[in-house]
Design a protein. Structure first.
Length: 206
């Protein structure tokens, strides 16, 4: 009986879209590299202390290489939604995403500066929005943007934040929030990751 129940349930699952999902309308936010307990702490003069952060960013951005983007994704028209509708019972799957080349992240792309500013005390932190299926983030020609205590180089789907003039040997608490007309309540008191992310940055120097 259990096997039959599982079989029937599996028949209802969609290979490309979850059958059930929560009602969370506000996307969560997360940073890369994450570090331990959302804390990025290192010594700018100690390569071993920041090399793991650099490796984590390299691995995370690998799918954003131009060759991978051209191969897997579509070169979409800027400022236009790329909507791929199904034709009745004919499913338009698998759907393709728009290209996002890491070069748009500028000095935080890891191309011009392969160490993302970490040994110079000007580290890059990437902020990403967790996907909410079916959400169209822009509204009234306004794209969503993220604000936090750092310089934002690009806003969607990754935000590259480069910290400048960081005070050494001190804890810096950072909170980044999403602002979008398409989201009624961009932050939630019940979920600290809904529409925002907080982390601590500390750069030591001998």
């Amino acid at each position: 009986m259990f096997v039959l129940t599982m079989y029937v349930m599996l028949l209802t699952l969609d290979d490309y879209k979850p059958t059930y999902q929560d009602r969370l309308a506000t996307p969560g936010m997360m940073i890369r590299p994450k570090g331990n307990a959302l804390e990025i702490s290192y010594n700018s003069e100690d390569t071993e202390s920041w090399d793991l952060y650099v490796q984590a960013l390299d691995n995370f951005l690998a799918p954003y290489n131009e060759s991978q983007q051209i191969m897997n994704n579509k070169d979409c028209t800027p400022n236009t939604y790329f909507i791929q509708e199904d034709a009745g019972e004919i499913r338009n799957n698998p759907k393709r995403s728009c290209q996002f080349n890491r070069t748009v992240l500028g000095n935080c792309s890891g191309i011009n500066d392969r160490y993302y500013g970490y040994p110079d005390g000007q580290p890059c932190v990437l902020i990403k929005l967790n996907r909410v299926i079916g959400m169209l983030p822009g509204k009234d020609d306004q794209s969503p943007y993220v604000t936090c205590g750092a310089k934002v180089n690009y806003s969607q789907p990754l935000v590259a934040v480069k910290f400048l003039n960081v005070t050494y040997n001190a804890d810096i608490n950072v909170e980044c929030k999403i602002n979008s007309l398409a989201i009624a309540n961009p932050t939630s008191d019940r979920d600290k990751f809904a529409g925002r992310v907080s982390f601590k940055l500390r750069i030591n120097k001998n």
